[in-house]
Every structure is written in structure tokens, then in C-alpha cells.
Design a binder for this molecule. Structure first.
Ligand SMILES: [Zn+2]
Length: 333
């Protein structure tokens, strides 16, 4: 059985002890070791006589506006049914009473062999007690986060965060015929607390590449927020609603779009919370702790040099768990 991590000290004190930017010795990844080389980090197209390099989309990128509130793709629907096709299940049990009541309506499980292959923590537990096919989830983790975790690891490993919580439904989705049974989809709002909870679960299960996946989403959120803040800071709105853009007077109305109106709003306070303190203590997970410490510092004021503003290889080396000789989860199909 898995139990919650121990020891929660102040995040600020821990951050102060973490090193600044330099290469780190990272623990080995358990995924993708068989692949000799990562995929290229840039794709190229030829244009005229020269070659134009296009930057790869950030692995954490997503656009919530493109995601339906309740409709999912046929591929996601097929994956849902495939992950449920097993007679050899490991069931997740919630320690929190409210979450346990919710889960009673629909037990959440994953294939035994899948979980053994993905989670070193569960593999150890199963070796010690092969008849125990239960994982006990600490009260600081919700059944929704279990739902996400199962989607990421089954039926095959994903390389992006899912878009919806998926539940069994007795009522068919509007306009969808599904001969294997109806699926209720609920759009995931990937707010900071939801992401941090997924890191907590990934750490409990020791599935380190899921921590990398969450770090990428947080990094993308930070970059987007910084970009918009820079745009707003560079503009001074005059009384008549005109701003100077590259030497021209451009009318944009009386106000710039407020940053909180974006899909996310990261703040220093968020990263000095109890939840983050929990990330920085307990189980050894230096890359994630270092990222959380760096992003908290960056939100207080720009760093020079900024360790968050590095090429992908450098970002992986500093904040991800895989070796430089092993591919990033994001480069796997
Ligand atoms: Zn990586």
C-alpha cells in the first residue's frame, strides 16, 4: 500500500537552500530507455533558396477555448473503452471519506500489468504482497486526479495532459452512438492547484515523467503570462485610447486586456502555499522542486540570466527527470 509523503516545511526556507542555475545530476528515467535518440527539436521547411526554421510548439501548450465542455474525440472515446478492458485490475481507494463516497459510485481502476510497468512504487508494493491489488490515495488527492492519472498511463502512455475527466454514463452524449457504452466527459480546467495535485500523485506513484509533463504546462503558462505582461508594460494608454506601437499611434480603446482575464494567473503567493511546501519536502524529487523554486523567484522579479528561458535541451537537463541520453516524454509518439 502506498502512503502519503512525510514532512512539510516552509517553501520559502527550502527555496533559499536550492542552487541557482547550473547543470544537475538527475535520477534515471524509467520510460523510453530503449530509444537511442530523441526526436529533433526543430522542424524545417524549405522556402525559396533558403531554409526557414520553425520552432516546435511548446509541449505544455494548449488552448482551453478550443476544447468542448462535454464532447470528446472518437480516439479519446476508444481509449476510454480500451483502458477498461481488463480482468486483472488494481483499484484506487480514497482515504478521504467524501472522495471515497464519490468513488463508490464508479470505482477507478487500471490494468495490473500496466501499473506494474509504469509505477515503481506500485511494483515494489505488489512484490511484497502480490494479492494486494489496492492503492490507497492520500486525502490531499482527489478522485478527479486519479481519473487524469489513469488516462495518462493507459491504455498507452500519453505525451500530453488530457482535456476531460471521463466517467461512465447511463445517458448517451448528445449526437453520439457508442455501442460500448456512454461516456460522460467533463472539461478539465488546468488551474495551478489541479496541476500541483497531479504532481503529488505522480510522486506518490514515482511516475516521474508525469511530473515533467506538469512542469512543461506550468512553464508554458508562465511564458504566456510573461509575454502578455511585457506587452501591457510596453504600452501606455493615453486618455483618448491611443497607444504607440512601433512608432505608430494605434487605437485600442480605454483599457488594455487585464492579465487576470487570461486563462491563468500565476502569482508568487501561489508558489509559497502549503501545497508547494509539500512538493519541496518529503520524497526526493529535485528537478520538480528546483523548477517550483525558480518559477517562484521569477514571479518575484526577472532573473538574469533567467534559468526558465533556455533552449529545450537545457530545460530538460535542469527540470526533467530523464537523462540527456534518453528521450523526453514529449518526444515519444
Ligand atoms: Zn524532457
Amino acid at each position: 500500500m502506498l502512503q502519503p509523503g512525510q514532512g512539510h516545511e516552509g517553501a520559502t526556507a527550502i527555496m533559499a537552500t536550492l542552487p541557482s542555475a547550473h547543470p544537475m545530476q538527475l535520477p534515471p528515467s524509467t520510460r523510453g530507455e530503449q530509444l537511442a535518440e530523441a526526436l529533433p527539436h526543430e522542424r524545417q521547411i524549405t522556402q525559396g533558396n533558403g531554409t526557414l526554421k520553425l520552432p516546435q510548439v511548446h509541449p505544455g501548450w494548449h488552448n482551453p477555448d478550443d476544447i468542448s465542455s462535454y464532447q470528446i474525440s472518437s480516439v479519446d472515446r476508444a481509449r476510454y473503452h480500451l483502458r477498461n478492458r481488463t480482468n486483472d485490475v488494481v483499484t484506487f481507494h480514497m482515504i478521504d471519506k467524501h472522495e471515497a463516497d464519490v468513488s463508490d459510485h464508479e470505482p477507478q481502476f487500471v490494468d495490473y500489468d500496466v501499473l506494474i510497468a509504469i509505477s515503481p512504487a506500485y511494483a515494489r508494493s505488489a512484490r511484497a504482497n502480490p494479492k494486494d491489488t489496492s492503492v490507497y490515495i492520500p486525502s490531499n488527492i482527489s478522485s478527479r486526479t486519479i481519473n487524469v492519472f489513469i488516462q495518462i498511463i493507459s491504455p498507452v502512455c500519453a505525451n500530453t495532459l488530457p482535456t476531460h475527466y471521463l466517467w461512465k454514463s447511463v445517458k448517451p452524449a448528445s449526437g453520439v452512438y457508442d455501442r460500448f457504452g456512454a461516456v460522460k466527459a467533463e472539461k478539465i480546467e488546468w488551474a495551478l492547484d489541479v496541476l500541483l495535485e497531479l504532481i503529488l500523485l505522480a510522486r506518490e506513484m514515482e511516475v516521474w515523467w508525469i511530473c515533467d509533463m506538469v512542469v512543461d504546462r506550468l512553464h508554458w503558462m508562465y511564458q504566456e503570462q510573461t509575454k502578455f505582461q511585457d506587452i501591457c508594460a510596453a504600452m501606455t494608454v493615453s486618455a483618448n485610447g491611443y497607444v504607440q506601437i512601433e512608432g505608430k499611434q494605434v487605437y485600442i480603446g480605454s483599457r488594455l486586456p487585464p492579465i487576470p482575464a487570461l486563462h491563468f494567473n500565476l502569482s508568487t503567493d501561489d508558489f509559497e502555499s502549503q501545497a508547494v511546501a509539500q512538493m519541496l519536502t518529503g520524497r526526493a524529487d529535485m528537478p520538480t522542486a528546483l523548477f517550483l523554486a525558480d518559477i517562484a523567484r521569477a514571479l518575484k522579479g526577472r532573473m538574469n540570466p533567467d534559468p526558465l528561458d533556455v533552449p529545450r535541451n537545457g530545460f530538460c537537463a535542469r527540470y526533467h527527470h530523464h537523462k540527456s541520453s534518453s528521450p523526453c516524454y514529449a518526444a515519444l509518439p
